[in-house]
Design a protein around this ligand. Structure first.
Ligand SMILES: NC(=O)c1ccc[n+]([C@@H]2O[C@H](COP(=O)([O-])OP(=O)(O)OC[C@H]3O[C@@H](n4cnc5c(N)ncnc54)[C@H](OP(=O)(O)O)[C@@H]3O)[C@@H](O)[C@H]2O)c1
Length: 430
């Protein structure tokens, strides 16, 4: 670093890397005016040197030797936007151990090896910043780490996967089937050819692990997160939700109570008057509840080259200012081992649809089963009559284990022909 010039090494030049390089080029004057540092893209490492790229790079900047980039004494800050575990993990560790601050957008890596990376950064005394790893362009990590550093956060709930939110929005607003909505998302580039990571909730689970780690200062990895995707959601569920005043969303939920942390991803019915219900299409939003701050919500684009590069750039400027000042930014502190609450112990409200006989005594028999397991009914509706009668129950807060036991017993009840959908109801507790 000389005279406020900070030299950047970028690992990866795909969707995010290319958008970042373009922003650094196009907004160079603005960045310098606002931050007092000049950022120079000194090296960009890619996999395939022969690929056509829509970025203006000086001769000799592009390389396929990522290892040489992270050990180059002329590089002051490293940005990792390759993705995946290896070689990203090894490259970041090498950069940190060599005293270089690192900015990464890599949720998969942080959700599985965050602790190792944070400890390495701590030992080396350099910044490791990762705003873009959760909810793309939405500022979330910095608000959690800095603005809310003194806040006792009780719950963070997010719509953190744009693909599934797009799919559920089409199912809700256009009456599309799950398959139709996924095909449409693929055509628009919102979903991968293999949409498993999104629709089965793996992507959201990685983000839930990072959110829980940062919100509660706890060691939470992707494997700690209970996960259900949206593949089982039917147009009937969406319609039943609408009739009851709810909308179905895939939620990432992180909670802390009595020293235990719960992190889970599952579809849920959200009341139409809850702020998360209005988050449509591929948008993301994160709803935070804290002891003093009350409720707040952050909304924006959770993916895409531009929004993600915006978050990377914010971190990059932060790291560059620190390099320039010979300092380092706020650390995330030590992540403490806390008890991870098993899903059986978590409490939610539930929506349950039952096909039952329509004759005297049936309701009492069903209500007895709920009562025997301590699950209290908030509301009940009947649609249809005779053999086609369908009963819809919404419970008060109930433990998952009690609800599961209730469903098992209901299935064995003579008067119950079948138990249809069971969905959690979230956001109406207060
Ligand atoms: N895209 C989004 O909307 C989004 C949103 C939030 C977070 N993120 C995260 O951002 C990161 C990057 O995503 P992306 O969408 O930009 O990925 P991408 O388009 O697939 O780009 C990956 C880049 O990494 C390069 N690369 C692969 N292996 C390499 C190696 N061994 N050495 C050097 N370079 C290598 C590729 O080189 P070639 O170009 O030569 O193939 C490519 O330029 C991921 O961690 C992702 O989870 C992305």
């Amino acid at each position: 670093m000389t005279d406020g010039l900070v030299r950047i090494g970028v690992l990866g030049c795909g969707n995010v890397g290319a958008a970042l390089v373009r922003a650094l080029h196009d907004d160079a004057a603005l960045i310098t005016q606002r931050s007092g540092v000049r950022l120079e893209v000194a090296r960009v490492a890619v996999h395939n040197l022969a690929k056509e790229r829509d970025v203006a790079l000086a001769g000799g900047v592009l390389t396929n030797d990522a290892e040489a980039l992270v050990t180059d004494p002329g590089i002051d800050v490293v940005v990792e936007v390759i993705g995946g575990i290896e070689p990203a993990r090894s490259l970041i560790l090498t950069a940190l151990k060599g005293g270089k601050p690192v900015v990464t957008a890599n949720k998969e890596l942080l959700a599985n090896f965050g602790q190792e990376l944070f400890e390495t950064a701590e030992t080396a005394g350099v910044d490791l910043l990762f705003e873009a790893s959760v909810a793309g362009g939405i500022p979330l990590m910095r608000p959690l780490r800095e603005s809310l550093a003194g806040e006792r956060i009780s719950r963070v709930m997010g719509i953190v996967n744009g693909t599934t939110n797009y799919v559920l929005t089409r199912m809700t607003e256009e009456g599309s089937s799950f398959a139709e909505a996924v095909a449409e998302a693929q055509e628009l580039g919102y979903a991968e050819r293999d949409p498993t990571a999104d629709v089965e909730g793996f992507d959201a689970a990685a983000k839930a692990a990072i959110i829980a780690s940062i919100a509660f200062g706890a060691r939470v990895v992707a494997g700690d997160v209970y996960r259900e995707g949206i593949t089982e959601i039917t147009p009937d569920d969406i319609e039943a939700a609408r009739e009851l005043g709810y909308v179905v969303k895939l939620l990432a939920v992180a909670e802390e109570h009595d020293g235990s942390v719960s992190a889970r991803v599952h579809p849920a019915m959200v009341p139409l008057d809850h702020p998360l219900a209005s988050v449509r299409g591929s948008y993301n939003a994160v709803f935070i509840e804290g002891a003093n701050v009350g409720q707040l919500m952050l909304l924006g684009r959770g993916a895409g080259g531009g929004p993600t590069a915006s978050a990377v750039l914010g971190d990059l400027i932060d790291a560059a200012k620190n390099v320039s000042a010979g300092a380092r930014g706020a650390t995330i502190g030590t992540l403490v081992r806390k008890r991870i609450e098993p899903i059986d112990e978590t409490a939610s409200q539930f929506y349950i649809a039952l096909d039952a006989a329509d004759r005297p005594g049936v309701l009492a028999a069903i209500a007895n089963v709920f009562g025997a397991h301590g699950v209290s009914i908030q509301s009940m509706q009947q649609s249809g009559e005779g053999a086609g009668a369908r009963l819809i129950f919404v419970t008060h807060l109930a433990r998952e284990a009690d609800l599961t036991a209730t469903i098992h017993e209901l299935r064995d009840l003579d008067v119950v022909a079948s138990v249809g959908s069971v969905l959690r109801v979230v956001g109406g507790e207060g």
